[in-house]
Design a protein around this ligand. Structure first.
Ligand code: NAD
Ligand code: IPM
Ligand code: MN
Length: 347
């Protein structure tokens, strides 16, 4: 039997609620797989108590884990960006999560707000860059609070960083039936960064003659997400564009409560971190209203990452079966949904 060191960061708002259900399902699917869990008290409460977001000592402990499950961070009582940058982005950057993997897939029986769209029409994977772009924190503010304040926020893009995420996206595209990869950027305005992505796409693409590539500006991409989602198979894009289009992706594929993600370190020099795409949802926190499905699907991605593909497929199937019957079941609480999926997984 195999034992895996799993770090759990429940975080804020609905984070702990959905993580509890994710762990329930993980427990149900485990079999002779065991998870040695360590839960980390990070987020708003810790910050209020100690001023810490992600201390070096905790980061060092996380490095020793094999994989991480995160709920969500961010709270209205904490200045915006404190936890998002200090905890979530710090973890992604320090653990070199250069691939932010975000599948956008419509499950059978799930409602999409798009008219005339069949289940198979929405099935894409967004490979979002995770360690560069406008997220690095490069920039600053001059003459703050004056009428002449200047705020700059640079987009940092390196040949090394772009090549590794583009290469990963080609691998994903090559593994899928359609073998199509779309670069989404804004190369008509962000000419330096866009051109770097374009050249890298062309160069790396020579190693993947079986993959067709094309390019779509990000503004047009948001339009195609809602007008013709079947246009996309695999997308590679920068950190900020990827953030934005995957919320649209979530909306067209049944809602933010279903959207899963992985912050992946493909070189395995540090643990990867799996989390729902959504945030801490302060508006519904503590009411048992949060949909834990995104977290459960993130658990499936986690299982895939650690080489437990069979377990991952069982979790996905259980979710798919649950989703197919949802419309008929009426409103259920967070834990009722978790229980139902866990029960299906146990057989
Ligand atoms: P959000 O995703 O938390 O909420 C947006 C809307 O979606 C809200 O109406 C919320 O109730 C709903 N929603 C989200 N998850 C849901 C679920 N599982 N089930 C049902 N409904 C759900 O985004 P926001 O409101 O922009 O941000 C709230 C806080 O979360 C902010 O502090 C933000 O910085 C943070 N945030 C964190 C992450 C993360 O930890 N990865 C991601 C996004 C936002
Ligand atoms: C996400 C979130 C984060 C991001 C924030 C909270 C830093 O929106 O995971 O999508 O922008 O990456
Ligand atoms: Mn986001």
């Amino acid at each position: 039997s195999r034992s895996i060191r799993l770090a759990v960061i429940p975080g804020d708002g609905i984070g702990p609620e959905v993580v509890a259900e994710g762990l329930k399902v993980l427990d149900a699917v485990s079999g002779d797989l065991t998870f040695e869990q360590t839960s980390y008290d990070l987020g708003a409460a810790r910050w209020h108590r100690t001023g810490e977001t992600l201390p070096d000592s905790v980061l060092d402990e996380l490095r020793e884990q094999e994989v991480i499950l995160l709920g969500a961070v961010g709270d209205p009582s904490v200045p915006s960006g404190t936890l998002e940058r200090g905890l979530l982005l710090r973890a992604r950057f320090e653990l070199d999560h250069y691939v932010n993997l975000r599948p956008v897939k419509l499950f059978p029986g799930v409602d999409t707000p798009l008219a005339g769209v069949a289940t198979d029409d929405i099935d894409m994977v967004v490979v979002r860059e995770g360690t560069e772009g406008p997220y690095t924190g490069v920039g600053g503010v001059l003459r703050k609070g004056t009428p002449h304040e200047v705020a700059t926020q640079e987009s940092v893009n390196t040949a090394f960083g772009v090549e590794r995420v583009v290469r990963y996206a080609f691998e994903v595209a090559a593994s899928r039936p359609r073998k199509s990869l779309t670069l989404v950027h804004k190369d008509n305005v962000l000419t330096f960064a866009g051109d770097l992505y374009q050249r890298v796409l062309k160069r790396v693409g020579q190693e993947y003659p079986q993959v067709t590539t094309d390019y779509v500006h990000v503004d047009a991409a948001t339009m195609f997400f809602v007008s013709r989602p079947q246009r996309f198979d695999v997308i590679v894009t920068d950190n900020l564009f990827g953030d934005i289009i995957t919320d649209i992706g979530a909306a067209i594929a049944g809602g933010i409560g279903l959207a899963a993600s992985g912050n992946v370190n493909p070189d395995r020099t540090a643990p990867s971190m799996f989390e729902p795409v959504h945030g801490s949802a302060p508006d519904i926190a503590g009411q048992g209203k949060a949909d834990p499905t995104a977290t459960v699907l993130s658990v499936a991605m986690l299982l895939d990452h650690i080489g437990e593909g069979d377990a991952a497929r069982r979790v996905e199937q259980a979710v798919s079966d649950d989703l197919a019957e949802r419309a008929a079941l009426g409103a259920r609480s967070t834990s009722q949904i978790g229980d139902a999926i866990a029960k299906r997984v146990s057989g």
